[in-house]
Design a protein around this ligand. Structure first.
Ligand code: GDP
Ligand code: IMO
Ligand code: MG
Length: 426
């Protein structure tokens, strides 16, 4: 029986994946991150407390759930350990974490290179989180990365020292300061010891859990438009957040997946550079930014604000194979008189409803909007769809028809309890 559910971002990240993963996690046996690293920032709110997770899966709060960092993840061991320390101080044991022996390790030299490459790109900079994500995945593909299994092995000294010598040359070529090889090795050697107890063959673990009929929840990071293949290249991240990335990043075959739930904000945000057709900057955008506190969980940068983009959502539905949509932050739109939804673009005088491959074309796209009337009521305590004001229902059903995917959940506040469920998923 298929038992796996996937939570994916449908836009440019920060859609509320952490909240929904945590909501589902009460019913899951295993929560898995399958790509990305600590560039992610997932906010979770329950029992009056707010938690921000970067690399640890959002099921960590429940000691009965296994939380897995799959082979597709890039692991910064320093961030991982400091996140554990912070969670332990807040009373969570963190005895339920498993790291794939095949995941790649982010070292300080990756972070250094991330910053230096960005500086070199000057006006074409990506606006990365500077967590070393791109340089680490670059090494993975170039076959010169260091995997967790090697990090915790007795060969680490030799592998690390030869690798850092090459990396130091790269750093120097970009005008940066090289690392002291011995000092850096000594530091990481101690960190490797601390990481060792978490390392396991997660491919075997996950497939064993599946055989036992356990429920697996995959937690995407970033979003479809930041996908290295499908996103607004080159202004993307270096992994595959979309549905196709699940199997590659976990070792769980696609035939095990039952549902793929797309998480979508009811407006759009983007942090970092790159085209964003529905972006606007006026008092309504400022109102949204301040009311929803649209500032990066990881980098604290103000997020760019845009109207909902139906072209993006339709595209996301296709590339992810969405079976349901979870609409987020509907409460934030209360009090806005008119709500615009982009239904197509005009590109060089032609109407299109696809995402062009070239970023220069995407930059030229002018949104075609449908305007819907807003609502005034505070909806943050609505518990059912029927309680929503008529215009809020109309907005939801407009999106549902436009995208062609059933809206299975509606989020009306950051707390896990502020969730309207229209279909039970897990
Ligand atoms: P993620 O990266 O996809 O997990 O999303 P983030 O946590 O980076 O950003 C989503 C933000 O919206 C967080 O601050 C959440 O607490 C908040 N949030 C999620 N759902 C809702 C909602 O329905 N209403 C409001 N007001 N805030 C929400
Ligand atoms: P979550 O999981 C929003 C963006 C960065 C930058 C681009 C590349 O919280 O949704 P990277 O450091 O990955 O090389 O940066 O991707 N980005 C995110 N934007 N949410 C995220 O994660 C992001 N992770 C990366 O801002 O534009
Ligand atoms: Mg986030």
């Amino acid at each position: 029986m298929k038992n796996a559910v996937v939570v994916v971002g449908t836009q440019w990240g920060d859609e509320g994946k952490g909240k929904i993963t945590n909501y589902f996690s009460n019913k899951a046996d295993v929560v898995v991150r399958y790509q990305g690293g600590d560039n992610a920032g997932h906010t979770i709110k329950f029992l009056g407390n707010t938690y921000a997770l970067h690399v640890i899966p959002s099921g960590v709060f429940n000691p009965n759930i296994k939380n897995v960092l799959g082979n597709g993840v890039v692991l910064n061991p320093k961030t991982f350990l400091s996140e554990i320390e912070a969670l332990q101080k807040q009373g969570f044991s963190c005895n339920n974490l498993y790291i794939s022996d095949r995941a790649h390790v982010i070292f300080d030299y990756h972070k250094e290179l991330d910053g230096l490459i960005e500086e070199h790109l000057a006006t074409r900079k990506i606006g990365t989180t500077k967590k070393g994500i791109g340089p680490c995945y670059t090494d993975k593909i170039a076959r010169c990365g260091i995997r967790v299994a090697d990090f915790v092995s007795s060969d680490f000294e030799e592998i690390y020292k030869t690798t850092l010598k090459v990396k130091n040359d790269q750093i120097i070529s970009y005008g940066g300061n090289p690392f002291d090889i011995e000092e850096s090795y000594q530091e990481y050697q101690k960190i490797a010891e601390a990481i060792k107890p978490y390392v396991t063959d997660t491919i075997a673990l996950l497939n064993e859990e599946i055989k036992k009929g356990k429920k697996i929840l995959f937690e995407g990071a970033q979003g479809a438009l930041l996908d290295i293949d499908f996103g607004t290249y080159p202004f993307v991240t270096s992994s595959n957040p979309s549905g196709g990335g699940v199997s590659i990043g976990s070792g769980v075959g696609p035939t095990n997946i039952k549902e793929i739930i797309g998480i979508a904000k009811v407006y759009s945000t983007r942090v970092g550079s790159g085209a964003f057709p529905t972006e606007f900057e006026d008092e309504v955008a400022s109102y949204i930014r301040e009311t929803a506190h649209e500032y990066g969980t990881t980098t604290k940068r103000p997020r760019r604000i845009g109207w909902l983009d139906g072209v993006v959502l339709k595209y996301s539905s296709q590339i992810n194979g969405l079976t349901g949509l979870s609409l987020m932050l509907l409460d934030i739109l209360s009090g806005i008189k008119n709500l615009k939804v982009c239904t197509s673009y005009m590109l060089d005088g032609k109407e299109i409803s696809t995402i062009p491959a070239r970023i220069s074309d995407f930059e030229k796209c002018i949104p075609v909007y449908t305007t819907l009337p807003g609502w005034q009521e505070d909806i943050s305590s609505c518990k059912s769809y029927d309680e929503l004001p008529q215009n809020a229902k109309n907005y939801v059903s407009f999106i549902e028809k436009l995208v062609g995917v059933p809206v299975v959940m509606i989020s009306v506040g950051p707390d896990v309890l502020q969730t309207i469920v229209r279909k039970t998923i897990l």
